[in-house]
Design a protein around this ligand. Structure first.
Ligand SMILES: Cc1cc2nc3c(=O)[nH]c(=O)nc-3n(C[C@H](O)[C@H](O)[C@H](O)COP(=O)(O)OP(=O)(O)OC[C@H]3O[C@@H](n4cnc5c(N)ncnc54)[C@H](O)[C@@H]3O)c2cc1C
Length: 116
């Protein structure tokens, strides 16, 4: 029903949709979708913009996130010059940086939507 697969994803999407409907009914401001490079944002975008013909409920996975940009590496790495020098960024480093980006973006979104 929610277009996602898995208990955690279904619960997260359910809570988010609940907030959207609640805000609409109480005429508070319309909630925005969380940023693209957060788990909830990736899943919501996949449900809204995913190709209808091929659509299948999805768990969260790294393939739904955008690759790291140079700016992301500079912002989230403690040693950006070393990471930028790598021919291919080590998978664990890449995932750690993507997780930092996701956490940062989600916190910014949460603050702007719900306040402190
Ligand atoms: C056997 C099995 C094992 C699983 N194990 C795991 C696991 O270990 N870990 C994990 O993360 N995920 C697991 N999942 C997946 C998880 O259960 C689903 O991803 C999750 O339940 C999906 O939630 P949902 O709310 O989107 O859909 P559902 O839980 O399917 O809820 C949809 C609801 O809508 C109702 N409904 C449907 N059509 C209508 C209609 N026309 N009008 C009114 N109501 C309607 C249905 O009756 C149902 O209550 C498992 C799934 C199965 C089948």
């Amino acid at each position: 029903m929610r277009g996602v697969e898995g208990y955690l994803e279904s619960s997260a999407m359910g809570v988010f949709i609940g907030h959207v409907i609640g805000n609409k009914l109480t005429k508070k401001k319309q909630l925005t979708i969380p940023p693209a490079n957060t788990s909830l944002g990736c899943l919501a975008r996949y449900c809204i913009y995913g190709e209808a013909k091929k659509f299948t409920p999805m768990n969260i996975h790294w393939g739904l996130f955008n690759q790291l940009s140079k700016e992301d590496i500079n912002k989230y790495s403690t040693h950006p010059e070393q990471v930028l020098k790598m021919k291919k960024i080590d998978k664990s480093v890449k995932r750690e940086l993507m997780a930092c980006r996701s956490e940062d973006l989600f916190q910014q979104w949460y603050k702007s939507e719900f306040g402190e």
